[in-house]
Design a protein around this ligand. Structure first.
Ligand code: F6P
Length: 545
């Protein structure tokens, strides 16, 4: 049995109603899993025990356990870049770090952790200040992609744990408008800047970093001071997280202020490293440690639980069932929590940059489709927007609902309504409403026969949309860590079964190359390789500038 055969295995499921599966009275409890900090009810998926058992058999046939061990033990599973994939080691015990990394590298990891903790303590405690001696009130983190999304999702999710004396801002987009918007809120002498870039060559990050540097150095304060103080702005207030030490130093950042990134931690899995510095500055060292602990708890569950009760494995298999068996092309991520509003964007990168591929890790064209199109928004906002399509178009969009049982705000009634809507939407997407049901309702509402005939088709809902409901008691650093690790592992398992290398991202390279080419044509270079369409657009741009 392989992925290609899943479509025929799902023939029955394609015409089956999910509701009918609930004839099995214990379905809800049988089709759910508890893991550290999280619970998932997947009983609203269109799958029965036999089909799930066959999927689990596929995972065994694919030697998934061996692949999991390979990842955790540091084998070079990122084979196109000849790299290990060891973000998990950053949140593991010291013994495990030493075992996997060896003494020297484990020591480097510990040193980086310490350096990060000292910066956080120093900034929060006031011993690390700006160059005029004032305490830092703001942190500006500059980075993009994996050097941005993790920080962003952590900041909003853990807002409740934030040190209120420090505001942390993140900037990724190269749009100058976004930079101006941030800089308006900041003062040069009380802003700590962290540039996060593994390569320290990424166009957007470097442009933003240069612009911020200029903003600082051209400020009245820097201009008024003597030249030494002016230089101090960068030397004292700037930090970098990068593996390109030379480039960081050339930029003018103090060598003591550079925190490392290693090639065995991929950008989109790097929040557990020093990339998390801006988050740690916001929530403090203890909470950052708890965040990593939550992820580590999920790692242990993933490594040790049988596949039948293994949350990442089961969620991965359900995703493959929906994608290759039932042939649904997308996945909606709907957190019913304002604080998880950045999660869909974060998961778009982790999922689609990892598994959005069509050749196997040995370079052969795949005979099956891989990553779904991931999208989403915080609930309930999505209900009043794209969820219309989810209820009534012919596309079935499998969904992950994510919700915390306890809210944080004083508005307890609001929280109850939020949770009710979450549960109700999964029910509505599954139950739908048949033509006959609508007709009965319309007749009961006093509609004429003619009105019933006209309106009923407009009011039917297709139903039969599968979903997971992921539940946490309360959104805490541990829960968030566990949630992000869950999706990391889910994506990894899917990569193993789809046979792709989930850890490279060559697809973004062409855009980068053509970006430079277009820029040079805008600056006057000749290039015949661009299409007439692009040349025309460039000409329009030039006319305006
Ligand atoms: O989007 C491509 C990518 O290479 C990501 O993988 C990475 O997270 C991002 O760009 C930023 O790269 P860097 O950290 O080198 O600036």
């Amino acid at each position: 049995m392989n992925i290609q055969k899943l479509s025929s295995l799902a023939v029955d499921a394609k015409s089956r109603s999910i509701l009918s599966l609930f004839d099995e009275k214990s379905r809800a409890s049988q089709f759910s899993i508890s893991a550290p900090h999280l619970f998932v009810d997947y009983s609203k998926q269109n799958i029965n025990k036999l089909e799930l058992a066959q999927l689990i058999a596929i995972a065994h046939e694919a030697k998934l356990s061996e692949s999991i061990d390979k990842q955790f033990n540091g084998e070079k599973i990122n084979n196109t870049e000849n790299r290990s994939v060891l973000h998990t080691v950053l949140r593991a015990s010291k013994e495990h770090q030493e075992k996997v990394l060896g003494e020297k590298l484990a020591h480097e990891v510990a040193e980086a952790e310490q350096q990060m903790q000292q910066i956080v303590n120093g900034v929060q405690g006031g011993s690390i200040t700006g160059c005029t001696g004032k305490r830092f009130t703001d942190v500006l983190a500059i980075g993009i992609g994996g050097s941005y999304y993790g920080v962003k999702v952590g900041l909003s999710a853990l807002e409740h744990y934030r040190d209120l004396s420090i505001n942390v801002h993140v900037i990724a987009n190269v749009d100058g408008g976004s930079l101006e918007e941030k800089l308006k809120k900041l003062n040069v002498d009380t802003t700590l800047v962290v540039v996060i870039s593994k390569t320290f060559t990424t166009q957007e990050t470097m442009l933003n970093a240069k612009a911020v540097k200029e903003w600082m150095l051209s400020s009245e304060l820097a201009q008024d001071s003597n030249s030494n103080t002016s230089l101090d702005f960068i030397a004292k207030q700037w930090f970098a997280v990068s593996s390109n030490i030379e480039a960081v130093k050339n930029f003018g950042i103090n060598e003591q202020h550079i925190l490392p990134m290693w090639d065995w931690v991929g950008g989109r899995f790097s929040i557990w490293s020093a990339v998390g510095l801006p988050l740690a500055l916001a929530i403090g060292n203890d909470n950052f440690a708890k965040f990593k602990q939550g992820a580590s708890d999920m790692d242990l569950h993933f490594k040790n639980a049988d596949f039948e009760s293994n949350m990442p494995v089961i969620m991965a298999l359900l995703g493959i069932w929906n994608r290759n068996g039932l042939e649904y092309p997308s996945l909606a991520i709907l957190p019913y929590a304002h604080s998880l509003r950045a999660l869909p964007g974060y998961l778009q990168q982790t999922d689609m940059e990892s598994n959005g591929k069509s050749v196997s890790n040995s370079g052969k064209k795949l005979d099956w489709l891989t990553a779904p199109v991931v999208f989403g928004q915080e609930g309930t906002n999505g209900q009043h927007a794209f969820m219309q399509l989810m209820h009534q178009s012919d596309d079935i969009i499998p969904t992950d609902f994510i919700v915390a049982l306890k809210g944080r705000s004083q508005y307890t009634e609001n929280h109850k309504v939020l949770v009710a809507n979450c549960f109700a939407q999964s029910e509505a997407l599954m139950q739908g409403k048949t033509l006959a049901q609508v007709e009965v309702e319309l007749i009961a509402a006093g509609c004429s026969q003619e009105e019933v005939e006209f309106l009923a088709p407009h009011k039917t809902m297709k139903g039969n949309t599968p979903s997971n409901t992921l539940v946490m008691e309360l959104l805490t650093p541990e829960t968030l860590g566990s949630l992000l690790a869950l999706y990391e592992h889910k994506i990894f398992v899917q990569g193993v079964l789809w046979q792709v290398n989930s850890f490279d991202q060559w697809g973004v390279e062409l855009g980068k190359q053509l970006g430079s080419k277009v820029l040079s044509v805008m600056d006057g270079a000749e290039d015949d390789s661009l299409s007439a369409s692009s040349k025309g657009l460039i000409a329009r741009f030039k006319q305006q500038s």
